[in-house]
Write a protein that binds this ligand. Sequence first.
Ligand code: NAD
Ligand code: WQD
Length: 338
Amino acid sequence: MAKILVTGGIGYIGSHTVVELHNAGYEVVIVDNLANSSIKILDQLHQITGKYHEFIELDLQDTAAVNGFAEQHPDVAGIIHFAAYKAVGESVQEPLKYYKNNFYSLINLLTAYPTANFVFSSSCTVYGQPDKLPVTEDSEVKKAESPYGNTKQVAEEILKETVKATPGLNVISLRYFNPVGAHATALIGELPNGVPQNLVPFITQSAIGKRGPIQVFGDDYNTPDGSAIRDYIHVVDLAKAHVAAVKLLADGKVDGYDVFNLGTGKGSSVLEIINAFEQSTGEKLNYKIAPRREGDIEQIYGDVNKSKATLGWQTELDLNEMMRSAWEWEKYLRDNPF
Ligand code: NAD
Ligand code: WQD
């Protein structure tokens, strides 16, 4: 059974990917320092998969620790590198924290595993506000608006350059659009730190009474209903794309470096998301229109034809399932606090 190293595998997207790797017959070894996650997720993964996956608590910024890990685990068939800090606002307040973690971790891993099959978590944030929609993988990468966004852009460059210089290193960068929702069992999902900055966790926390009314940031954008548009993707669909990427690399079908958009290809506005949540859960939301949020773009959605054709992957779960599963997870958390 091929073994896949999943960094950040206790986190939101990583934990869902561990489940899908397990379902596809892979063995998993998880590395995480629990900086933004709870060790309880290991038990939750056990409940879902019937297995305690190998877990090593380790800070990827620690070069000696990463080298020690690689010596003990020379046999990994692939690496999926989720571990990073991801809060856009915090990255503006503490840029060095972001540059250190997101770069040191990446560089330590590439140094310890110079000839790996490597999957990197990138983001649609690299496109900024595109001139033309939907964005393809060839669309222009715009100057990043935040240190967080910059870590993704520069990490992609680091990977491209390192691939050129390193025979045997093969890399796929996956540019996620907006991951939302939770596993169908409601045993794993997103664990926001403090007041959620992202739309869907704020909606579910507002609906359950943990937060006040939702603020719709802007209703005067140049979109059909005036609110901003994003390409929301179910986290389970996103997780499955990582299995497809690992397979593509293992089959030797990536010549050095490649990049794929992971979205549904369809944009939804903030007001449409609010409506979809109400429709799929039967809950009534309180919301009010607020000023635009600084740094926000008006609209983005991805062209996912390359992912469909090359990864042989496409999304299966719709907006209703995204909202329903996010709500089930919120209720699970209420009844089973972490
Ligand atoms: P998350 O915070 O839930 O998961 C990241 C995990 O990495 C956490 O468990 C954290 O403890 C761990 N980690 C962080 N630094 C570490 C270190 N130095 N050593 C070991 N472990 C470390 O985030 P997520 O939403 O699952 O995102 C995963 C990846 O996807 C990130 O790279 C993120 O930037 C990227 N991404 C996320 C989104 C999103 O909206 N969630 C969108 C695009 C890209
Ligand atoms: C979605 C829409 C908000 C909260 C961020 C990162 C990006 C990527 C995904 C990692 C926007 C609106 C939100 C609220 C609202 N992460 N909104 N009221 O901004 O598209 O992307 O997460 O790579 O890098 O920037 O996601 O969920 O924050 O917002 O009206 O309380 O919802 O203005 O239009 P965003 P989001």
